[in-house]
Design a protein around this ligand. Structure first.
Ligand code: GAR
Length: 210
């Protein structure tokens, strides 16, 4: 890859449907950046197959391969930094990342979370939304800061909670929205179109690339 073209590293743990959405948008919209590598913390993540299907190298680094969280994250940073990425994209990466890691990628680290943050930070968001009886639920794309699920919000999408919803049906409705807002946000990040002021983020339109 020539260095005039930006690079993106995507971290996954699971199905990789957001990875697919980003890889597809990247190819179809001819972004100025390419996904250089996908790294999974699980050797059995189906998302590694998604990476292969897009011709993207997939790497695995499991936590059991390192004695401590710090050692794991050092190893992860070495794998990531080999690609000098403009963006490190968490796409269903189910590990809490330490402050050292997060600060190393400050301004380049982005996440999608399956709720309307600050509501339902953490796990089991769809189940908790149903239990809480909320009428609206959704997804949030945010820049990652050391406090979990609390970084500046780049974009959100709202979906209705229907009377007959199950956890699975609600997850599917939210995921569809993740696939819409996450690629656009990642593209804006790699094109330098995010303006951050405190907790507020402005996404400039595509023609405003740096
Ligand atoms: C997505 O719903 C994403 O928002 C969520 O994991 C799923 C991954 O799906 N992430 C988190 O919960 C992070 N806290 P995918 O592997 O099909 O993209």
């Amino acid at each position: 890859m020539s260095k005039s073209q930006g690079s993106i590293v995507v971290l996954i743990s699971g199905a990789g449907s957001n990875l697919h959405a980003i890889a597809q948008a990247c190819a179809e919209q001819r972004w100025s950046a390419r996904i250089a590598a996908v790294i999974s913390n699980r050797a059995d993540a189906p998302g590694l197959g998604v990476a292969a299907a897009h011709g993207i190298p997939g790497l695995v680094l499991e936590a059991a391969e390192r004695p401590t969280r710090e050692a794991y994250e050092q190893g992860l940073m070495r794998l990531i930094d080999a690609h000098a990425p403009d963006a490190v994209v968490l796409a269903g990466f189910m590990r809490v990342l330490g402050a050292g890691f997060v600060e190393h990628y400050s301004g380049r680290l982005i996440n999608v979370h399956p709720s309307l943050l600050p509501a339902f930070a953490g796990l089991h968001t769809h189940r908790r939304a149903l239990e809480a009886g909320v009428k609206w639920h959704g997804a949030t794309v945010h820049l990652v800061t050391p406090e979990v699920d609390a970084g500046p919000i780049v974009d959100q999408a709202v979906v209705p909670v229907l009377d007959d919803d199950t956890e699975a049906s609600l997850r599917a409705r939210v995921l569809e929205q993740e696939h819409r807002i996450y690629p656009a946000a990642v593209r804006a990040l790699v094109e330098g179109r995010l303006r951050v002021q405190g907790q507020r983020v402005r996404m400039l339109p595509p023609e405003a690339s740096r």
